[in-house]
Design a protein around this ligand. Sequence first.
Ligand SMILES: NC(=O)c1ccc[n+]([C@@H]2O[C@H](COP(=O)([O-])OP(=O)(O)OC[C@H]3O[C@@H](n4cnc5c(N)ncnc54)[C@H](OP(=O)(O)O)[C@@H]3O)[C@@H](O)[C@H]2O)c1
Length: 256
Amino acid sequence: MKKKIAIITGASSGLGQEFAFQLDGLMGGSLDEIWLIARRRERLEELSKVLDAPTRIFSMDVTDERDMDAFRETLAAEAVSVRILVNCAGYGLMGRFDGIPVDEQLGMLEVNGKALIRMTYECIPYMCKNGRIIQLASSAAFVPQKNFAVYAAAKSCVLSFSRALREELKEKAIWVTAVCPGPVETEFFDIAEKYASTLAVKKLVMVSPQRVIRDALRDSYHKKAVSVCSLPMKVFRILTKIIPHGWFLSVMGLVK
Ligand SMILES: NC(=O)c1ccc[n+]([C@@H]2O[C@H](COP(=O)([O-])OP(=O)(O)OC[C@H]3O[C@@H](n4cnc5c(N)ncnc54)[C@H](OP(=O)(O)O)[C@@H]3O)[C@@H](O)[C@H]2O)c1
């Protein structure tokens, strides 16, 4: 009998941790294990203590080739059936492109983009029928963002990849949802504000992680391609489809 599992990257904080809480409440009883992934082991151990479902901790860097090879080997060695994969590991840095060290800029592509794609690739062979893949993109994926250029580019890669993959995996009855929140109250901003502070307007539309994840799980359940939480972000998304992006960039350049 295959072990029924959920896999969550970025589970040590913020949205990943909230996914663990809510998945535990919604489907913990029907899962044999929740696999929690992040670099900070002690955080994962604390989380594990408060979840009802049994957990397995993977203290690893999703950008590290050897860590990912070891994870792939574990997947192959265990008889698992992946019910849900949630790719939450990520970070963003605000500020001018030429004012942030290039390795930190490239790191955003590595974690948000490349590692998410690799994790998805490794898990697909073990996904069950009617399984779910939830990818953390962002509302920054909808339009290029001045002073958040690489992050927005990385998230636009996640959104595009997830939508295409969704079409490919339909025939296997695996359903992919890209989650595109606006600003969410998490530790994300502790890192994001290392070189520049957040626009005041973003703080005005900030939402709780609980709300984002509640909507994301509901949208994933309903097999939606994209999950956008909160009215301002839904309106923002519509505007980015109507207004030419060049105009958008000019107007957003004036916003404080
Ligand atoms: N908060 C927002 O406003 C917002 C809005 C839209 C989208 N998002 C996206 O949502 C996702 C989660 O963000 P969050 O708000 O929950 O931020 P967060 O609280 O800072 O959590 C980020 C998570 O990613 C993990 N992580 C980062 N680099 C990693 C690596 N190399 N290997 C393994 N794990 C790594 C961190 O764990 P360790 O440090 O322990 O490794 C942490 O668990 C990100 O993809 C972010 O871009 C956030």
